[in-house]
Unconditional design. Structure first.
Length: 139
C-alpha cells in the first residue's frame, strides 16, 4: 500500500473565508500515484474546517449568515473563552459545526465525488498562516 502526505498552507486576510481546495487535493492524488484508495483532508487548526459542498456563491453567503447567527462574533465579551485574552470563541464553535475533516474515495486515480461536490477550506479566525493536511493511502 502507498501512502502520501502533503500540507497545504493558507493565510486568509479577513476574519472568515471559504477556499475551494479541490484542485490542490487532486494534485496531491496525482503526486501520490494512488489509483484506488482514500484521501483524508483535515484542517490542522481548531478555528478552521474542511468540508464538502457545492461551489456556489449564494450558498457560501448563506453559510456566512447562518454561522454568524449560530455563533456571532460580537459581543466578544459574551464568551468565557475570550476571557483568556482571545477574541475567537465564535471561530471554535463555527469549526465545530462545519467539521474538521473529510474522507473521499479515490477511484481510477480521481476523487470519487457525487454531483457538484467540491472540497473547501473554511477559515473562521483568519489573519495568520494555517495548514491543511492531505493524507492519501491506497494502491
Amino acid at each position: 500500500m502507498k501512502s502520501h502526505r502533503k500540507e497545504l498552507w493558507f493565510n486568509v486576510p479577513g476574519r472568515r473565508g471559504f477556499i475551494n481546495i479541490t484542485p490542490q487535493v487532486e494534485q496531491a492524488i496525482r503526486e501520490s500515484g494512488v489509483r484506488e484508495g482514500l484521501a483524508l483532508v483535515n484542517a490542522m487548526h481548531i478555528t478552521a474546517s474542511v468540508f464538502i459542498n457545492d461551489d456556489e456563491n449564494g450558498l457560501h453567503h448563506d453559510y456566512e449568515v447562518w454561522l454568524e447567527k449560530l455563533a456571532p462574533h460580537e459581543p466578544v465579551s459574551g464568551y468565557w473563552h475570550n476571557r483568556t485574552g482571545e477574541d475567537n470563541a465564535d471561530a471554535h464553535m463555527k469549526r465545530q459545526v462545519m467539521g474538521r475533516e473529510v474522507v473521499v474515495a479515490i477511484t481510477d486515480g480521481r476523487l470519487d465525488f457525487g454531483p457538484w461536490e467540491q472540497i473547501f477550506y473554511g477559515e473562521f479566525d483568519g489573519g495568520r498562516r494555517k495548514r491543511v493536511l492531505v493524507k492519501i493511502i491506497g494502491e
